[in-house]
Design a protein around this ligand. Structure first.
Ligand code: IMP
Length: 437
């Protein structure tokens, strides 16, 4: 078994949680490497429905260790709430759970600034989740961030908090005209969190590398998607982390030579939450149909997701910047009953035909999708577990997706349950690139 990175190939919400949950059975460790509680990974199994925001989806398996890597921004209050929600359901947190000392924290002022800044932007707003993600990463890059390890050193934590609040309160009061925060209150609240979390805060980089050296299998669970990546997404309508595969290395301290495969998850159509360009968006009843049948409402904010046709330019771009070794196509069943399907194979902007994703946002905003029409299918694919069961039109549609992305499909999801999946090849069963000495 190799070490595998799972990433979203579109704008997030591709169904990574379900795929990670299936593959986690064969993994020793599942690690989150970026993002924070802006993510919402849904897993449905025979015991119920679980939504994870910070905790890796592998936590449902007793033998799997779950790690929150240094690239994640952790809201300790949200983490404790999530643990408290899962514990009564029989999920234990002990030696099977670790949080990086180097992971930056989300503080109450990050959430306040996130919301106030969005409000002040009016029609230019990004549509963030309001979880404080951007401001926390901004502090990290400005070198004034406070890390999980600082919770273990109260004097240092207080000093950093005092220094940061001088500036943050100035912004909140003078620029945004909202409430400010008191050092004592925040300090006491976070010392309470420290008491609860201290046993989990460790050097996760050493933990992961030692495990890999002992031939353990690690699954890197990406959050959001490639086109929300701060570098490769539709900037500035992106999140503030590296959600593409490169983030798996910087967000864990595991080197690129230790990673054996990268799987991209793509819906059989496209969705997006929040603002920003979306060339294949459907604002008519076809889009509404996808939204209803696909139950396209955000698991973190409950917002309705924008829906549109499958965009092969987007997935090809993801294949390129992530070095995808395979794809998983999810929600194929949502297309059941569509008489005709459209696949976007390029963008037209004036006289120019783009086959690759333009980086200029103004250009992307004005692009017209160029579609290939394909015959849909009337038979149900819901719950199919073998490729043979699929109607010939669905097979043709999937073959075209493979061809356009120049990437093989390893898995197809045909429903929300674990069992409603076609596994053509287990992507974890790849050879380790690094020769063992
Ligand atoms: P932020 O990550 O809260 O700063 O939000 C930035 C953008 O990323 C917004 O458009 C959000 O809707 C989007 N976003 C953040 N997390 C997710 C996710 O898990 N799924 C889909 N979109 C997300």
């Amino acid at each position: 078994m190799g070490n595998l990175v799972i990433i979203g190939a579109q704008w997030g919400d591709e169904g990574k949680g379900k795929i990670v949950d299936i593959l986690a059975k064969d993994a020793n460790i599942v690690v989150r490497y970026q993002g924070g509680s802006n993510a919402g990974h849904t897993v449905i199994n025979e015991r119920g429905t679980y939504i994870f925001h910070l905790i890796p989806s592998g936590i449902l398996y007793r033998g799997t260790t779950c790690v929150i890597g240094n690239g994640v921004v952790v809201d300790p209050g949200a983490l404790i709430e999530e643990m408290d929600r899962l514990q009564p359901l029989g999920i234990a947190f002990g030696k099977n759970f670790a949080v990086s000392q180097r992971a930056h924290m989300i503080l109450p002022y990050h959430k306040a600034i996130d919301r106030a800044s969005e409000q002040s932007k009016g029609s230019r707003k990004i549509g963030t989740t309001g979880r404080g993600i951007g401001p926390s990463y901004a502090d990290k890059m400005a070198r004034v961030g406070i890390r999980m390890g600082d919770l273990l050193n109260p004097a240092l934590f207080r000093k950093k908090l005092e220094e940061n609040l001088v500036e943050m309160n100035w912004f909140l009061e003078r620029l945004y005209k909202v409430e400010t925060f008191q050092v004592d209150k925040v300090f006491d609240q976070y010392m309470g969190y420290a008491e609860r979390l201290k046993s989990y805060i460790v050097d996760t980089t050493t933990l992961l590398n030692r495990a890999i050296n002992k031939d353990k299998t690690v699954l890197f669970e990406g959050a959001q998607g490639t086109h929300l990546d701060v570098d490769f997404g539709t900037y500035p309508f992106v999140t503030s982390s590296s959600s593409a595969a490169g983030g798996a290395c910087t967000g864990t301290g595991v080197g690129p030579t230790m990673i054996d495969a990268v799987m991209g998850i793509a819906k059989a159509y496209t969705t997006r939450v929040g603002s920003g360009p979306f060339p294949t968006e459907l604002t008519d009843e076809v889009g509404q149909g996808l939204q209803e049948r696909g139950r396209e409402f955000g698991s973190t904010t409950g917002r309705a997701r924008r829906c549109g046709w499958y965009d092969a330019v987007v997935v090809r771009h993801a294949a390129q910047v992530n070095g995808l070794t395979s794809l998983a196509v999810t929600k194929l069943d949502v297309l059941d009953g569509c008489k005709e399907l459209k696949l976007c194979v390029g963008y037209r902007h004036g006289a120019i035909l783009y086959k690759e994703m333009p980086s200029d946002l103004d250009v992307l905003m004005q692009c017209e999708p160029v579609y290939q029409r394909m015959k849909g299918w009337t038979a149900s694919t819901t719950g199919a577990t073998t490729y043979k069961q699929l109607p010939v039109e669905a097979k043709r549609y999937l073959a075209r997706i493979e061809e356009l992305a120049d990437c093989r499909i390893d898995m197809i999801s045909t429903g929300s349950k674990r069992t409603e999946t076609i596994i053509l090849r287990n992507p974890l069963k790849c050879s380790r690139r690094r020769p063992r000495s």
